[in-house]
Ligand binder design. Structure first.
Ligand SMILES: Nc1ncnc2c1ncn2[C@@H]1O[C@H](COP(=O)(O)OP(=O)(O)OP(=O)(O)O)[C@@H](O)[C@H]1O
Length: 276
């Protein structure tokens, strides 16, 4: 199917390239990315290499800086400092080139919800300059792949939260990008639909596409991704091939060990005194 066919690219060695000059086999290279909101440092000097063809998970506790990082990576939020190269093109100095190879599912996406599912996909394809016949063919492929056949003629405003996620991911893929950046793609998505989405994304990665996604589901990230980055308080604590980051433990254990969070609930004895 044409939708899942980015230019085949060699699968990169499963190690992080030495930080410095980004290597040429990277789908995404982030250097020194920093963002402050007033006195809060949301993202603090993040360096990350995402090799082509990999399925990269991005995890961290609430408020760790995941959404802020992904927003800067995709050109939605201007960094205070740092650079982002997508397929070698700088998101901020060469946005047209960088964004032509990028598909995005942003956080809290607002859709044009008075369009039907199919119209929405056509709109996304047209924005990327695809001709009508190509858009129609790809939209039909995507509707089928994401199990949205019965929804394709309904208004997006009538979609469930999970269906909205699926149509938004489909729209992010319609121009056959090289890199997909998905912020919480499985939030509100039931397990059967999540598996459907994972299958589509795996197919995309198998033919040389690259996926970077954030999620709070450690099981899912461990099962699906071949690389993972753990962020807390705006700093990257670990990044690289899953087996190296886990080092024999589970992702959940590694996450708690690095990012904290397994604290006992103390000082809430009143909770056991019940109002009656
Ligand atoms: N627009 C904003 N204005 C002020 N502070 C912000 C803004 N966006 C994010 N922050 C702050 O930046 C920090 C990182 O937030 P961010 O949303 O990136 O975290 P996250 O890892 O995506 O969290 P979650 O898992 O809860 O979605 C938090 O302290 C947050 O309060």
């Amino acid at each position: 199917m044409p939708v899942f066919e980015p230019e085949p690219a060699p699968r990169a060695a499963p190690t992080l390239a030495p930080l410095g000059e980004p290597a040429g086999d990277l789908a995404l290279a982030i250097r020194g990315l920093t963002k402050h909101f007033g006195s809060v440092t949301a993202v603090d000097g993040v360096d990350l290499d995402v090799p082509r063809g990999c399925f990269y998970g991005f995890v961290g506790p609430n408020g760790a800086g995941k959404t802020t990082t992904l927003a800067m990576v995709t050109g939605l939020l201007r960094p205070d400092s740092g650079t982002v190269l997508i397929d070698g093109a700088d998101v901020w100095t060469d946005p047209a080139t960088a964004k032509s190879s990028l598909g995005v599912l942003p956080d809290r996406l607002r859709l044009f919800d008075r369009l039907t599912g199919t119209e929405f996909l056509h709109h996304a394809g047209a924005l990327h300059g695809l001709d009508r016949a190509t858009v129609a063919r790809r939209a039909a492929d995507l509707v089928q792949a994401f199990g949205l056949e019965s929804a394709s003629r309904r208004f997006v405003s009538d979609f469930s939260a999970g269906m909205v996620k699926k149509i938004a991911i489909a729209a992010a893929m319609i121009h056959s990008p090289r890199l997909l950046v998905l912020d919480e793609p499985f939030e509100s998505v039931d397990p059967v639909s999540a598996q459907l989405v994972i299958d589509v994304l795996k197919k995309f990665a198998q033919v040389g596409g690259t996926v970077l996604l954030s999620s709070h589901s450690m099981d899912l990230i461990e099962r699906v991704c071949d690389n993972v980055a753990i962020i807390a308080e705006g700093r990257l604590l670990a990044a690289g091939p899953m087996s190296e980051v886990l080092d024999g433990t589970t992702l959940e254990d590694r996450f708690v060990e690095l990012a904290g969070g397994a604290t006992a609930v103390e000082g809430m004895e009143w909770l056991q005194s019940f109002s009656d």
